[in-house]
Design a binder for this molecule. Structure first.
Ligand code: RP5
Length: 188
C-alpha cells in the first residue's frame, strides 16, 4: 500500500479504493488486505459524492490517466459514490455497500446495485470488501498470468480449508459420541 493511504498520492497504482467517509474504513480495509496479499499496488482515498462532489468529479476525471485499472468504491446510506464514479469512468467500478447503524445496509445495497442500464457497478454483498478485493484481482488477472496463477492457488487453499473443516467436524462429533478413530474406520 502507498504511504499516503487515506489522502491519496501520485504513486502509480493499479487499484484505487475510494470511500465516502473515514467511518467506512473498518469495512473497506478488508479490500486493501486482499490487494496486499496479492501484491497489487493500491491507494485508499476518501471522496464524498455529497460532501466533496467536485473532488469526486476531479478524481473520476484523472484516475484513468494515472493508470488506475479498477476502482473499488464503498459507501453507506444514500450511497451514490460508486454509481457516480462509474458514470465518470470507463474502467470497472466495484461497489461495496457499507452497512450503517440503521436499515442493516439494505439502503446502501439498493443505492449501489440498482444502477440504470448503461452504467454498471459490480456490487458485492453488504460489507464484503474482501470479495471486492478478490474481484479486482480477478479483473487484473485477465492480463496478468502470475495473478491468475495466484488466484488459482488461493481458490485451492479455500477448497482445502473447507475439506479440512469437514474432517475436523466429523472427528469432533465422533469424539463427542465416544467413537474412537479406529471404531470410525471399522464402520466405514
Ligand atoms: C456516506 O455516509 C459514507 O460513505 C458513510 O458510509 C456514510 C456516513 O458518513 P459519516 O457520517 O460517518 O462520515 O457518504
Amino acid at each position: 500500500m502507498n504511504d499516503d493511504k487515506v489522502t491519496g498520492s501520485h504513486v502509480p497504482v493499479s487499484v484505487s479504493i475510494v470511500m465516502g467517509s473515514k467511518s467506512d474504513l473498518p469495512v473497506m480495509e478488508a479490500a486493501a488486505a486482499v490487494l496486499d496479499e496479492f501484491d497489487v499496488l493500491h491507494e485508499i482515498r476518501i471522496v464524498s459524492a455529497h460532501r466533496t462532489p467536485h473532488d469526486m468529479v476531479a478524481f473520476g476525471s484523472e484516475a484513468e490517466a494515472r493508470g488506475v485499472g479498477v476502482v473499488i468504491a464503498g459507501a453507506g446510506g444514500a450511497a451514490h459514490l460508486p454509481g457516480m464514479l462509474a458514470s465518470l469512468l470507463s474502467i470497472p467500478v466495484i461497489g461495496v455497500p457499507v452497512p450503517l447503524r440503521h436499515l442493516d445496509g439494505m439502503d446502501s445495497l439498493l443505492s449501489i446495485v440498482q444502477m440504470p442500464s448503461g452504467v454498471p457497478v459490480a456490487t458485492v454483498a453488504v460489507g464484503n470488501a474482501t470479495n471486492a478485493g478478490l474481484l479486482a484481482v480477478r479483473m487484473l488477472a485477465i492480463q496478468t498470468p502470475d495473478l491468475r496463477r495466484r488466484m488459482t492457488a488461493y481458490r485451492e487453499s479455500l477448497s482445502q480449508a473447507s475439506r479440512q473443516s469437514g474432517l475436523d467436524l466429523r472427528t469432533e462429533r465422533q469424539a463427542a459420541d465416544g467413537i474412537s478413530p479406529s471404531d470410525a474406520r471399522d464402520r466405514t
